[in-house]
Ligand binder design. Structure first.
Ligand code: SF4
Length: 230
């Protein structure tokens, strides 16, 4: 359990917030009816898959948090570990290993022994959405868990937002405004002592269309690494 952050208090319009928030949703979290239905259909169709809200991966004491969009149907939703088992994980974990934020060999399965180093990975939305597209209401609802995740990381200094949705929900969690902190690949926004870095999402579509090249992705983590070393 995690103590609620100041930003949550501000967002609640001055009303006293609940005393604690859970950083991890229940495996049967009922808060988004559409995603609940999608999840239950997947459980019936693929009973051996994870098919539940995907928990964060990595140590809460880490200084770096990476925020993705949502579990991929046949990636994290199947394996139960963020970015594990689909295309996006190949580039993400290779880059994390290259910059010392992960150790081991990524084999696209949760029992591959890969360990994150001073790094944690979570998602803006914990349940797999149809067509990889969560609705605004679902992003808003699941921010409860992202806020608690962030509040439960006492050493957090850097957040990398993968894509616009992760950027926007991170801004709301941190109390920043889009007008003063617009999304741009490679941008860094200061939120008190915390730095928020933007990257295009490392999806198959973005890499196939060269919206994001491996070098562009590496440059974000090179900057994070350098800043954390200061
Ligand atoms: S997306 Fe988040 S809030 Fe919505 S049902 Fe899943 S875990 Fe619950």
């Amino acid at each position: 359990m995690t103590t609620i952050s100041t930003n949550e208090s501000e967002k609640s319009g001055g009303q006293p917030p609940p005393a604690v928030l859970h950083a991890e949703p229940d495996r049967n979290c009922p808060l988004c009816p559409r995603l609940l239905g999608f999840r239950e259909a997947a459980r019936a169709r693929e009973p051996d898959w994870f098919n539940s809200p995907v928990p964060s991966f990595g140590d809460p004491d880490a200084r770096l948090l990476i925020i993705g969009l949502a579990p991929g149907l046949q990636g994290a939703n199947r394996t139960g570990r963020p970015f594990t088992g689909d295309f996006a994980g190949d580039l993400l974990y290779a880059t994390l290993i290259e910059y010392g934020f992960a150790r081991g060999v990524y084999r696209a399965r949760p029992d591959d022994g890969l360990r994150l180093v001073d790094c944690r990975i979570s998602n803006a939305v914990r349940c797999v959405p149809p067509q990889n597209k969560p609705l605004p209401a679902e992003i808003n609802t699941c921010r409860t868990f992202l806020s608690a995740t962030i509040a439960g990381m006492p050493n957090l200094r850097a957040i990398v937002a993968l894509g616009r949705v992760a950027h926007e929900t991170a801004l709301k969690t941190l109390g920043l405004r889009s007008a003063t902190a617009p999304f741009a690949h490679g941008a860094m926004h200061q939120a008190g002592a915390l730095k928020l870095y933007d990257s295009y999402h490392c999806s198959r579509y973005n890499t196939n269309t060269r919206v994001l090249t491996p070098d562009m992705f590496r440059s974000v983590f090179a900057k994070v690494k350098a800043d954390l070393a200061q």
